[in-house]
Design a protein around this ligand. Structure first.
Ligand code: GDG
Length: 460
């Protein structure tokens, strides 16, 4: 019987101390649990040498198969090509893109190694679902080993416009590798359009009558599957969590002021520094708002071994200090900057306690925080989402206050509008967004992708 094999860069093997998994992780685990399946990928461990065989751990119906990488892999594949070349490129940050041929070769080599490690676990009818930019060459490497199974790929980041894509040295190698998948899933229609544009202009390929893309002697389907969240689950948790000790302590500490919330990994694509500049602009333009709100920014560290991320942390801390130094009074500071993670249940309570959700990435594949904030609101008195027009979520959450995330004064004006917005308008905007979130949950996303993958024709 066919089973599902999911492959991701990191595999979170559940353990007693590992806490509650995020929405994507638990949805994938449930899908694997349903008919039995395998989750394969890097363990997160860096050893002196690579593993010779995968470490197998069975939890319920799910087999977790993980391998360790060696130091050179970690540097070339993970820190290097994946996070210093592809990540900035996919987020339109050409100035941050580094390219070193050795890292590129290391990236291909790790994918070739992962394909070899995965091969013995694959049975003829299995469906293989590969996740994200670290693993683009995996299908091509599996094909070289004779794998004929249906293989799908989902890119969690944006797929950039052709002019950005062609800035990548050897972009054709990456695009050819993407076309080795039977199905490529992207977050937005904009991404699908960009993919087709590349295929037409750079690969001399074409769109077939049945909707598949023909290029590099292969047929691939490229489809938009906007990722969702567990909408009802979040809404229910938020009702409970808003009464938790943490949310209560937070509300007491803000002393009746309006709360503005930002939650982002420490990443330059998330636009946190510009958001602090927006608070500066807000207080310059509308000084009467001083002491009427508190902006809480929660920013867990991320990729701290990658150089630009270390510089970013210093810049963000400096910017928060600058704004606080300029506007704070003895009993109020505009920004509370928390540079660590908070627990998942606490997060839902914090979202619900906040009058404004501030989500202004410069670019984002989707942005789940925007959706979680909306799902957590009190229907009787919902808050307002201020959202970057360059987050994938903006294609769905059209009644958020959409802003250009590069313009602090535009963000400031939207915050001001949100602070003043009356209940009827807040409800109307929120209800329309909530309907979208109810109609496309994480379970729908998963089912739609797998249905489309099953509908592709297996090779040979
Ligand atoms: C990539 C793409 C795409 C954050 N801080 C804490 C915490 N979080 C959770 C949030 C949310 C998740 O992490 C972040 O998801 P995002 O979608 O916002 O961003 P990325 O991490 O960049 O994710 C993105 C996503 O993949 C899925 O396809 O949407 O565009 O870049 O769930 O709640 N969770 C806890 N404490 C924190 O402090 N517990």
């Amino acid at each position: 019987m066919s089973k599902l094999i999911t492959v991701s860069n990191r595999v979170g093997v559940p353990s007693p101390g590992s806490g509650r998994a995020g929405g994507l992780e638990s949805a994938l685990r449930e899908a694997l649990e349903a008919d039995g399946g395998i989750w394969f990928g890097w363990s997160g461990e860096v050893g002196e040498t690579r593993s010779e065989t995968p470490k197998i751990q069975k939890k319920g119906n799910v087999t977790f198969a993980t391998v360790d990488l060696c130091r050179a892999d970690y540097e070339d594949y993970y820190l290097g090509y994946a996070n210093s070349t592809l990540w900035p490129l996919l987020h339109y940050q050409l100035g941050l893109v580094e390219f070193h041929r050795k890292q590129f070769q290391g990236y291909i080599a790790v994918n070739e190694y992962l394909a070899r490690m995965l091969l013995p676990l694959i049975e003829p009818d299995d469906l293989i679902w590969v996740h994200d930019y670290h693993l683009i060459p995996l299908a091509e490497e599996l094909r070289k080993l004779g794998v004929k199974n249906r293989i799908g790929f989902f890119l969690h980041t944006p797929f950039p416009a052709t002019d950005i894509m062609v800035a990548l040295p050897h972009h054709e190698v990456i695009m050819r590798a993407l076309c080795a998948y039977d199905l490529v899933g992207l977050q937005t229609e904009n991404g699908v359009r960009a993919f087709l544009d590349y295929i037409a202009r750079e690969a001399n390929g074409r769109l077939e009558f049945d909707g598949s893309v023909s290029a590099y002697d292969r047929l691939t389907r490229v489809v938009c599957f906007p990722i969702g969240i567990d909408t009802e689950g979040f809404a229910k948790n938020a009702v409970r969590a808003v009464r938790s000790a943490e949310a209560t302590r937070l509300r007491e500490s803000i002393d009746g002021r309006q709360l503005i919330i930002g939650v982002d990994r420490m990443d330059y694509s998330k636009g946190v520094r510009t958001r602090f500049e927006a608070i500066d602009d807000l207080l310059t333009e509308w000084p009467e708002e001083a002491a009427k709100f508190t902006y809480l920014q929660i920013t867990p560290p991320s990729r701290s071994d990658v150089l630009p991320y270390q510089a970013l942390r210093r810049e963000v801390e400096h910017a928060a200090g600058h704004v606080n130094g300029k506007y704070s009074d003895i009993d109020w500071a505009p920004i509370r900057f928390v540079a660590r993670a908070v627990s998942r249940p606490a997060l839902a309570g914090i979202y619900r306690s906040s009058r404004i959700g501030l989500v202004t990435p410069w670019r984002d594949g989707m942005n789940l925080v925007a959706k979680e904030y909306v799902a957590s609101q009190n229907p009787e008195n919902p808050g307002v989402l201020v959202l970057s027009r360059f987050a994938g979520a903006a294609a769905e959450l059209k009644t958020a206050l959409l802003v250009n995330p590069l313009d602090p004064s535009e963000i400031a004006a939207a915050i001001h509008q949100a602070l003043k917005m009356g209940l009827p308008e807040r409800r109307e905007r929120w209800e329309l967004m909530m309907e979208v979130l109810r109609n496309n949950t994480i379970d729908d996303w998963l089912a739609n992708f797998l249905k489309a993958l099953k509908a592709t024709r297996p090779l040979g």
